[in-house]
Write a protein that binds this ligand. Structure first.
Ligand code: ADP
Ligand code: MG
Length: 522
């Protein structure tokens, strides 16, 4: 069935997903999405769907997004938020229109790939290598087949063939070898998914090869296991692929596309495991403490918290923040500094100065009393020079956190999905490379771990170039805590960030060195 839903004045994607889930004649739901208003409703109904859902989101380029005019905000960010929301909803994303149709065909004809073991059969080395590359690219890298499987497969190829995986029967393969290897591989318990490749040769008839593959699948007796096929050739191969598709086996003209189709089946299986993050319960105690801080700022007619207040809110949710206190005079600064212990960091505290370093409002690595005194005066002078009428609360005296790997946590209120958190490496990684990832809150613990693993800089946190691995466990807990904070306080917080968060070696945790919270207007 094809439904064009126009401007969704009444019926939206979520309604249709629910309807198709009940429809006996539907095996896969395929969506073309420019934008949506109620992203949370979409996530809820997609999560409940028992059927595979594939989505193509358009307007992911900055210009394309403007053309779709779906919503404001950071456009590149919005595209990433959709990708994350799809993952959380268990929706498989397509990269373009061809991919949407290829993946839809595959998911409507084949069951999910439930394990990691992909086996590739081929009569041509070249397409075998292309398929192997694609397998790695699309997240289902090949493993060598176990010895007993190799032994059996060797019976159906010449001496110079290869039974390792990809299994190359060579150009000598005819109907019988295709039949035997397909039947055996498809039935074998090691195989979780089978991709059969064929290059048209003068000695073989594509239609007969296709029929041999289909017969092998039926005769194997195996069920609930996916297979995709690629024939590379001319008109005869095209006709044979048409026959395969009519007979329930997805077939494509390029080996990488057949592997990509299998990857969609693998993704479907994986998403079924991860899409439901588990129940979320509001952290009532933390929320109460946070609201006290927020209400004080509101009583002051402020729409942002100071760093000291923001850190109180972060701390209430269990995030490790630097110890910090407000000094109104130089003497207070010294006394508080002695209590906290050197080395210290001094920073301006003013609701009118949000980017403190820009105003010369941050002095780090102060090692003694004289340093504190000097920094105190310099910061005040700089702040006044930066903004003469700034409302200055005083100077924050804080523990200097040891140097670590800088990461950033941030939050936005997305027009479609509401409170959403962002995570990435800090410094130039976020500014230049925009190496960040998003999740719609509340974020499950497993999803927090996924976030850490999916940024490009993941290797840095895993301990690249001889460095020790960073404390990803505590980092995942911090992302989870931050997500709780953003979700619980969604009526209060407009945007926030912790930048930088310094992450240490495994077992040594992390420290939030700077925190910022902007309130929603009330
Ligand atoms: P800004 O408002 O400009 O973002 P920050 O509080 O982030 O100010 O301070 C600027 C930089 O100083 C940080 O990026 C970090 O490198 C360092 N810094 C700030 N606070 C601390 C701290 N408590 N411990 C260690 N380094 C800190
Ligand atoms: Mg900062």
């Amino acid at each position: 069935k094809l439904i064009s839903i126009g401007n969704m004045a009444d019926v939206d994607f979520a309604d249709l997903i629910e309807w198709f889930d009940e429809d006996d004649n539907t095996t896969c739901v395929s969506l073309y999405i420019e934008g949506m208003k109620n992203g949370r409703k979409f996530i809820d109904s997609a999560r409940k769907s028992k059927k595979p859902i594939v989505a193509l989101k358009s307007g992911v380029s900055a210009h394309g997004a403007a053309a779709a005019a779906s919503h404001t905000g950071s456009l590149a960010g919005a595209a990433k938020i959709y990708t994350s929301a799809f993952k959380q909803a268990g929706v498989i994303q397509a990269s373009d229109l061809n991919d949407l149709f290829n993946r839809t065909l595959t998911l409507s004809q084949q069951p999910p790939m439930k394990g990691e073991n992909l086996l590739i059969l081929t009569n041509g080395g070249g397409v075998g290598v292309l398929a192997t590359d694609a397998a790695e690219k699309y997240g289902i890298p090949l493993h060598f087949a176990p010895p007993d499987v190799q032994e059996e497969l060797k019976k159906h190829m010449p001496e110079f063939g290869s039974a390792k995986n990809p299994v190359d029967m060579t150009g000598m393969a005819g109907n019988d070898w295709y039949y035997q290897t397909t039947k055996f591989s498809y039935a074998h318990k090691w195989t979780d998914g089978l991709v059969v490749l064929y290059c048209e040769t003068a000695m073989t008839n594509p239609m007969e090869i296709a029929q041999s593959i289909k017969k092998a699948v039926v005769d194997s007796g195996a069920k609930n296991k996916p297979i995709t096929v690629s024939f590379v050739g001319g008109e005869k191969s095209d006709a044979a692929m048409g026959w395969l598709v009519e007979n329930g086996i997805p077939a494509f003209g390029a080996p990488d596309v057949a592997v990509n189709a299998m990857a969609a089946l693998r993704e479907f299986a994986r998403l079924q495991e991860t899409k439901n993050g588990g129940e979320y319960k509001t952290n009532e105690k933390a929320k109460k403490a946070a609201l006290e801080v927020i209400n004080k700022a509101r009583a002051d007619k402020r729409d942002s918290l100071t760093e000291i207040e923001a850190k109180e809110v972060f701390k209430a949710y269990g995030m490790p923040v630097t110890s910090i206190a407000l000094a109104k005079t130089e003497e207070e600064a010294v006394a508080l500094g002695m209590k906290i212990g050197f080395p210290l960091v001094l920073k301006i505290v003013s609701p009118d100065i949000l980017h403190k370093s820009d105003a010369g409002g941050v002095k780090v690595n102060l090692k003694d009393e004289a340093g504190v005194r000097e920094a105190f005066q310099t910061i005040l002078k700089n702040a006044k020079a930066y903004k003469a009428d700034a409302d200055i609360h005083g100077i924050a005296i804080q523990e200097m956190a040891p140097w670590g790997t800088e990461v950033i946590l941030g939050s936005v209120n997305d027009a479609a999905f509401g409170p959403t958190v962002m995570f990435g490496l800090g410094g130039i990684f976020v500014e230049v490379l925009k190496d960040v990832t998003f999740r719609v809150t509340p974020v499950a613990k497993s999803q927090a771990e996924e976030m850490i693993g999916e940024i490009k800089g993941a290797a840095i946190l895993a301990g690249a170039r001889g460095e020790k691995p960073k404390d990803r466990k505590v980092l995942a807990e911090a992302i989870y805590a931050y997500s709780s904070m953003i979700y619980d306080l969604q009526d209060e917080i407009k945007e926030s960030d912790a930048n930088p968060v310094l992450v240490y070696e495994e077992g040594k945790g992390l420290k939030v060195a700077d925190a910022r919270i902007i309130l929603k207007a009330k």
